[in-house]
Write a protein that binds this ligand. Sequence first.
Ligand SMILES: Cc1cc2nc3c(=O)[nH]c(=O)nc-3n(C[C@H](O)[C@H](O)[C@H](O)COP(=O)(O)OP(=O)(O)OC[C@H]3O[C@@H](n4cnc5c(N)ncnc54)[C@H](O)[C@@H]3O)c2cc1C
Length: 460
Amino acid sequence: MSGSAPTIESADVVVVGGGTAGLQAALQLAKTGRSVVVLERRAEGRSGARWCNGTSAWQFERAGLEPPKPPELRAHGGAAHMVSPTGRYRFTIVDSPVGDADMRLLVDRLRRDAEIAGVDIRWGVTDVELRRAHGRPTSIRATRGTEAVAISARLFVDAAGYQGVLRNQVPALAATCPDVAAEDLCSAQQLILAIDDEAGARHFLDEHGAVPGDAVIAVGVEGGYSTVNITVEASLDEVSVLTGTIPALGNATGPDLLKATRAAHPWMGRTIFGGGGSIPLRRVYDRFTAPGVALVGDAACQVFPGHGSGIGFGLLAGKVLAEATADADDPGSEAVLWRYQAAYLREFGATLAGYDAIRRMSTQLGPEGVEELFASGVFSAPLVRPGLAQEVGLLGARDTIAAIRALAARPAIARVVVPALAAMGTARAVYRAYPSTPSDRAFAAWRRTAERLLPRQDAG
Ligand SMILES: Cc1cc2nc3c(=O)[nH]c(=O)nc-3n(C[C@H](O)[C@H](O)[C@H](O)COP(=O)(O)OP(=O)(O)OC[C@H]3O[C@@H](n4cnc5c(N)ncnc54)[C@H](O)[C@@H]3O)c2cc1C
């Protein structure tokens, strides 16, 4: 860093983190006429997720983005074959609502669109530090190679992923945004592998009644909340393998599980691309704004906990933030940022909190309980399809009656499953009542209610 004091530049908004959530927030804010700077630690072309992720088209549409198209969109429209922990039970969701997207191309699209909208992106930026006056951040200092960076702004957005970078520097957020507990972190890996032996791949598909382009999703294989998701692509040239587990509960890591999966399927060949990391599974933070600061994406735990999907709910955050701040003279004022937080939580909080209850349910059931859930028929296509689409769905009358009968015959799993399903309904009422304007008293009262009615959240 140079010894002299840096020149202080100015912008309306500084976003820290150039993954999908940060670039989308920057793009949407720029579209409302704000001047926006993005500070990203990694080099250009390396930011955000670098693997393939399952996404839902409705989230892109609501986020003001075109849903992925090929080549950004890879496998889509096939069936999802759900397989029980032992492999004994299974059911199929025809025309799965999940589209597998290449995150490298999505990140690049968002980067390009953000730059066209006037966003100034700085790569290779480290040592980001907020400077505050009267309890509100006024500028940010950072290092870029040998240069010191200093930018004053009215709004600072933390989009730095699940560990955040700004939220820990803001006392007002310290209490509501604790570090994510190890028990709430999913270790995941996703690789695109070459298929070395087409006959081996076909044999695997035949065993599961699947065709190229379908996803074969084994759940509960390494702890109740875990998956091995294998999609042989339509071309039969490549296969996508995704694994996820919670190691803090005594399970192997996602990469360990992927290694074991490759060993069990010798038809899988070399790695073409992919990557891994940790996904926060706790429910979205109760408060993710403070005067001058807003969190988006994994930094706010805006992740669908049912299967650890953070792309869509992170993209939605940038859109809702831009909507909430669009007409404001001061986009960082407490009242304006509260609008973002309240609008987001009223629209999506119940889905995120409801599926947090479902995620905890699968952990509590363990592989044996998940197996029994399959055996009972409760875990079935009508119940799971909305979850794949990252939505809350209602069972029809016939399916509800069948589920009640099946659970009545299995009181041990009913004791775990019924409260989780009930929490999904309760979450709707809880988030509808989220305070619409800033009030410490109303927020504290809402939080007490949420803590009483929804699963308890641990601090890291
Ligand atoms: C293997 C795997 C599979 C997954 N599968 C799915 C899936 O199928 N569907 C789905 O929706 N989600 C999935 N996820 C989750 C999804 O990838 C994340 O939720 C999503 O990438 C979060 O986006 P983000 O922009 O909030 O954070 P990130 O993608 O983590 O981006 C954060 C950015 O901030 C930068 N940064 C960090 N610290 C700093 C700092 N101090 N200064 C400057 N920059 C900084 C990082 O370099 C990074 O570029 C998966 C995750 C993994 C690991």
